[in-house]
Design a protein around this ligand. Structure first.
Ligand code: GLU
Length: 299
């Protein structure tokens, strides 16, 4: 934890963050997530941090980072301190992975997407988790010496979830809307902690950074509720402080689907270009005055 993070937790001040991935332009759904986290901190006289989740070197773009900063200012949301870029923090994620490897809780996975799809198609059930279909565990069965000899091949690192859960025992967390929740990381399966192409994963990077930034309240959309089972477990394994969470409802478009580029959600940049006033737009979202056909939903 940084010195600043420690100071904040000692004084009990609320610290929240907005953590967009710069892989596209922001739309109203992102605006809502930014406002929810921003207002939670400001209502408590706390701090609101901005973290750019750019671990995906292939899809992250500087122009989207610039767009995010412009959009937030347009909405009247001003972050505290420096913007944190995950791409600059890979060594920290590697160190966390090394710790978990030292505990014997991770294994290399050589499967391609096609391998996993084939394996899942051949099995009777295909449970889904936060990352899509739950990994069937194929590479967990590879003997350690055989896996070690194959490390020159492209591989991800996965957590052995059953072993990890055994190590930490029962866990729970407190959600501002759902109340006390029993963590069930096992249902998420052996999630990836270091992607083949990225050297870390969303789960590991978020967990390390929320602790490092002294985040006391993780405010984000309910689409990430399932991820919290995994993050709570990683906090326990890595001896990190445990924040509170608040998973807010999502904005749905006129087609009843979550807003996304693919269903034609207008970007904040397009609204701005059309002459919409950002602060008024933010206030409308705050007060539930949604564009026609839009709805908020816990789905
Ligand atoms: N970077 C994630 C996203 O854009 C959000 C991460 C989080 O809030 O935990 O969906």
């Amino acid at each position: 934890m940084t010195a600043r993070g420690e100071a904040e937790s000692q004084t009990g001040a609320v610290v929240t963050r907005f953590a967009p991935s710069p892989t596209g332009a922001l739309h109203a759904g992102h605006a809502l997530a930014a406002i929810e986290s921003h207002d939670r901190a400001r209502a408590a006289g706390g701090r609101w941090l901005l973290r750019i989740e750019d671990i995906d070197g292939g899809r992250s773009r500087p122009e989207h980072v610039a767009g995010i900063l412009t959009d937030l200012k347009w909405l009247g949301l001003h972050w505290d301190g420096e913007v944190l870029f995950q791409s600059a923090r890979m060594a920290l994620y590697r160190a966390a992975l090394d710790r978990l490897r030292g505990m014997g809780l991770v294994y290399p996975c050589f499967c391609t997407r096609a391998d996993i799809a084939r394996e899942v198609a051949a099995s009777a059930s295909a449970p889904h988790g936060v990352d899509g279909v739950v990994y069937p565990g194929t590479c967990r069965a590879i003997p350690a010496d055989v896996a070690a000899a194959r490390l020159g091949e492209p591989h991800a690192w996965r957590i052995d979830m059953a072993k990890a859960v055994d190590r930490v025992g029962p866990l729970d967390w407190v959600d501002g809307l759902a109340g006390r929740v029993r963590a069930d990381p096992l249902a998420q399966g052996d999630v990836v902690l270091a992607r083949k192409d990225a050297g870390t994963s969303y789960h590991l990077a978020v967990t390390v950074d929320d602790a490092a930034q002294g985040v006391t309240h993780v405010v984000r959309g309910i689409d990430l509720f399932a991820a919290t089972h995994v993050h709570r477990l990683l906090q326990a394994l890595l001896d990190l402080p445990v924040p509170a969470w608040r998973h807010h409802p999502l904005l749905l478009g006129p087609d009843g689907q979550r807003l996304a580029k693919r269903n034609g959600a207008p970007t904040l940049a397009a609204l701005r270009d059309a002459g919409v006033e950002g602060k008024a737009f933010a206030d409308d979202l705050r007060q539930g005055r949604l564009p026609i056909g839009f709805a908020l939903a816990n789905a």
